[in-house]
Design a protein around this ligand. Structure first.
Ligand SMILES: Nc1ncnc2c1ncn2[C@@H]1O[C@H](COP(=O)(O)OP(=O)(O)OP(=O)(O)O)[C@@H](O)[C@H]1O
Length: 851
């Protein structure tokens, strides 16, 4: 930034602050009622936020009113910028340079203000480091204090959960991202990390911030503990390097130590069902293929009514359980809730009044203190007695487990109910946060102001009577204070003790000694009232923070109840049933449905276009040692992809503890879900469609275990027919293997030839999707049946898609010839050109005879 040669003292101060900021942070510099922005920062802010760019001397400048800053900061953050706020640190005195200090730096991963966060989503800042021992990571949601770390010898064990967390910002050691980008082709982990970092906001820090010993010290200090044993962590845990980097970065951004970190948990991939990043995308778990939340599994199963509940649902979905006791606890609780529909309705109504306690605490602890947050704690505590009453009516575990976890805190509730006004102001400076009758001292000061105001109106009547001026008024303006207003026509009646202060168009303004004295008293009383309110407010915050651990445990239990009550409603709405989970190797589903497609078919806009179709349920049976590999053939559009995805989604739902869209379901725990479906280009990163397909397939073959569930859709389609068929064939053989068991696999394909493999592979089963033929048309019935499909109906489907009749006719005749022994096909060409003949002959007859 080209600093002008001769700087004013204020601009010197500006540059001092600016120099200390991280690279790229946009500085908002408080000047009176405005935040001013200078130089390139002003140009960026003007472009991103649409504010007017002006010039001061010869450099660009832009400004936003201080009260409107909340409208602009989110825009800058959303555009991937960091924003530094520098405020006046003392009251301004004319002619003297006011002290200024950096208040906080906002970045997409460390912002806390309610309007900068999606309330239904966690907001993670994540730090990563890879060395010879593997990948080490830590993540922190500063808005709620959730803090975790992890280490794993293999990146692909951690990347599933990291991808599902969708961090808002990543912290890396300087140079790591470039190393991963340039890594050799066979360094699969580096490429996976490169893909993970692409399109995310990355902040690079010097390597020493990631040192383990330093990290351990920083973390101990932030958590306020002497050792990490209470969290079951060794002080040499490699995740402490990234964890320390997170705390350091958060401290720098908040300009203070984060005060809401209470615990550090270790994430272990072996305890959760892993879903690799490609599968998360393919199965549209958090986002639909169009990138929106609508159409995702998350949206289809979300019936939460609180923000904390919505966030917990997202967390459960990103790390499904492998602990049978926990899964069964959740799904049994859904059953209890479902068993009492009336109580469930009441419970949900009560939950809807619960406020976002984890984030409220996060803000209060980190110095963002808005009176409404206190109102939120009061309102939430006000609901707890009702929740206890309702839970005890349910009986069973709901009556014992949850009430014990949701504290009533009657004293705090009573205090807040007595202290706080019904309607809370957004800013303590507005006054009125504390209810009258709570504090005798505040009431005394407020009465003083009130008495004084009565005195003023009495003064007005008295002066009107004394002077005979009926239109005389006692008025007030912000910069002038109290005065007596007399219209010009009555000036001759003004008594001697009136002191003239100002002339306006129609009147003159006067004061008297008595009025000046009263004005002082009033203003003083108002200031005193506000000061007293601030004092009381600070005490109330302290009282809340004294209970912060109890409050956050209660909030966690309430969020759980919210998710589970939502699932009970979902189960009732869509007729879901409780799955049975065990250690077996079976996956047996009776009348299973696809949770998202089923809801979509019933959505009003789809129903109008496609008629009121219902989803056709289908059964599935897989087991590692028996029916291990289901090969599904059938026409395009018949429902193969939907079917294989629905099996994966049902398994996933079962392992988060949700009920499932099936009449009956038994699942032996699945440790990983893999998928290879559809074709997606990754051209921007230098990978062709086929390369992506093969990468994903390689990942599956290298990492699947006998407990995994694999769904493969049209493997080999992205290359020439014979190459593709050979690859698909070899993949099926590999997955089947020669041992007694293998991963449960669903394989949808158009390669009819593969159906012959059941002769050699004892655990392969052929299935097909039934269609009805009617004249030359086909009708999709979406029913899975045993046995291979006899033909593929591609041309009929192409006609349904609207291909011109001439093309359809021609395709039919080519097909006829290809299917007969006559392999010569006439090319219909424009008349002007000579007729050509092409021969379609297999390149390798020996291979064909194999099929
Ligand atoms: N069981 C079902 N009940 C009702 N409709 C279904 C069912 N299964 C699929 N469908 C509908 O049929 C459409 C096509 O399904 P899907 O994409 O699964 O077919 P496919 O056999 O995989 O086709 P292709 O081979 O062309 O990829 C879906 O968009 C869905 O709306």
């Amino acid at each position: 930034m080209p600093a002008p040669k001769k700087l004013t003292p204020m601009m010197k101060q500006y540059f001092e602050v600016k120099r200390a900021l991280p690279k790229g942070a946009i500085l908002l510099f408080r000047l009176g009622d405005f935040y001013e922005i200078f130089y390139e920062d002003a140009e960026i802010a003007s472009r991103v936020c649409g504010i007017t760019l002006t010039k001061r001397q010869d450099y660009p400048m832009a400004g936003v009113p201080h009260h409107a800053i909340e409208n602009y900061v989110p825009k800058l953050l959303a555009a991937g910028h960091k924003v530094a706020i520098c405020d006046q640190a003392e009251a301004a005195v004319p002619g003297k340079l006011v002290k200024r200090a950096l208040t906080r730096i906002l970045s997409p991963g460390t912002t806390l203000a309610a309007n900068q966060l999606d309330e239904s989503r966690n907001h993670y800042l994540c730090a990563l480091h890879r060395d010879k021992k593997g990948l080490h990571a830590a993540w922190l949601d500063l808005s709620t204090g959730e803090f975790q770390l992890a280490t794993d010898a293999r990146a692909d064990n951690l990347l599933p959960v990291l991808t599902a967390l969708e961090p808002a910002e990543l912290l890396l050691i300087e140079g790591d991202a470039a190393t991963w980008r340039e890594a050799p082709h066979d360094d699969v982990d580096a490429h996976a990390l490169r893909d993970f970092c692409a399109d995310r906001l990355v902040t690079e820090l010097p390597g020493y911030h990631f040192e383990i010993a330093e990290g351990a010290r920083t973390v101990l200090d932030a958590l306020g503990v002497l050792n990490l044993e209470g969290f079951g962590l060794d002080e040499k845990h490699p995740g402490l390097g990234p964890a320390g980097a997170l705390v350091h970065y958060a401290t720098e951004n908040l300009c203070a130590k984060p005060e809401n970190l209470r615990a550090l948990q270790e994430y272990r991939s072996a305890r959760t069902l892993l879903i690799d990043p490609a599968t998360l995308r393919n199965l549209e778990i958090f986002q639909s293929s169009r990138g929106s939340r609508a159409g995702s599994l998350l949206t289809a199963i979300n019936r939460t009514s609180t923000a904390a509940g919505a966030r917990l649902l997202e967390r459960w979905l990103s790390a499904p359980e492998l602990d049978l006791t926990e899964i069964r606890r959740r799904s049994a609780t859904v059953g209890e809730l479902l068993g009492e529909p009336m109580l469930l309705g009441e419970l949900r109504e009560t939950l809807a009044h619960i406020r976002d306690i984890p984030r409220i605490l996060g803000r209060l602890q980190n110095r963002l203190r808005n009176p409404r947050e206190l109102g939120g704690v009061r309102d939430t505590l006000g609901q707890v007695p009702d929740i206890h009453r309702l839970l005890s009516d349910f009986g069973q575990t709901l009556a014992t487990d949850y009430p014990a976890r949701i504290a009533e805190l009657p004293e705090l509730r009573d205090l807040l109910q007595r202290a706080l006004s019904d309607e809370m102001p957004t800013d303590i400076a507005e006054g009125g946060a504390i209810r009258s009758g709570f504090d005798p001292e505040l009431d005394r000061i407020r009465n003083l102001t009130r008495d004084n105001k009565t005195w003023l109106s009495e003064l007005e009547s008295a002066e009107q009577a004394r002077t005979g001026i009926k239109s005389l008024k006692v008025k007030y303006t912000g910069n002038f204070g109290y005065y007596i207003d007399v219209t010009k026509s009555n000036l001759h009646l003004v008594p001697d003790n009136y002191i003239r202060r100002q002339t306006t168009v129609n009147s003159e303004r006067f004061v008297t000694d008595e009025l000046k004295q009263k004005e002082k008293e009033i203003l003083h009383a108002e200031d005193n009232a506000l000061a007293r309110e601030r004092e009381l407010f600070a005490t109330l915050i302290e009282r809340i923070l004294d209970e912060s651990i109890t409050l956050s445990h209660s909030a966690a239990a309430l969020a759980e109840l919210d998710v589970l009550a939502g699932w009970a409603v979902l189960a009732r709405e869509w007729d879901y049933h409780q799955p049975e989970l065990d250690e077996s190797d079976v996956l047996e589903i009776t009348e299973g449905r696809h949770p998202v497609v089923e809801q979509m078919l019933k959505a009003p806009d789809t129903a109008i276009i496609r008629g009121n179709q219902s989803f056709v349920p289908n059964d599935s049976l897989l087991s590692s040692s028996g029916e291990q590999l289901a090969l599904i053939t059938g026409p395009n559009m018949a429902g193969k992809s939907t079917y294989i995805r629905q099996v994966a989604l049902i398994a996933l739902l079962a392992e988060i503890g949700c009920w499932v869209p099936a009449a009956k379901c038994r699942i032996g725990l699945v440790d990983r879900i893999f998928s290879r479906v559809g074709a997606s280009d990754d051209l921007a990163r230098g990978n062709s469609t086929f390369m992506v397909e093969m990468n994903e397939t390689a990942n599956i073959l290298n990492n699947a275990t006998d407990r995994s569930l694999i769904i493969l859709d049209e493997i080999g389609r992205g290359t020439s027919t014979y190459d593709g068929l050979s690859i698909a064939w070899a993949v099926v053989e590999h997955l089947h293997g020669s041992s007694e068991q293998g991963p449960r696999t669903l394989f949808a394909t158009h390669y009819q030839e593969l159906t012959q493999l059941d002769k050699h592979l004892p655990r392969l089963r052929n299935y097909s999707v039934a269609v009805k033929e009617w004249n030359d048309d086909i009708i999709f019935v979406h029913r899975i049946q045993s046995g291979a499909a006899d033909r593929s109906y591609g041309i009929q489907v192409a006609r349904l898609a609207g291909l011109p009749p001439s093309v359809i006719d021609r395709a039919k005749s080519i097909l006829g010839k290809l299917e007969s022994d006559d392999t010569s096909v006439e090319l219909s060409a424009p008349q002007a050109k000579p007729k050509k003949k092409i021969s379609v002959k297999p390149a390798d007859d020996s291979q064909l005879s194999l099929l």
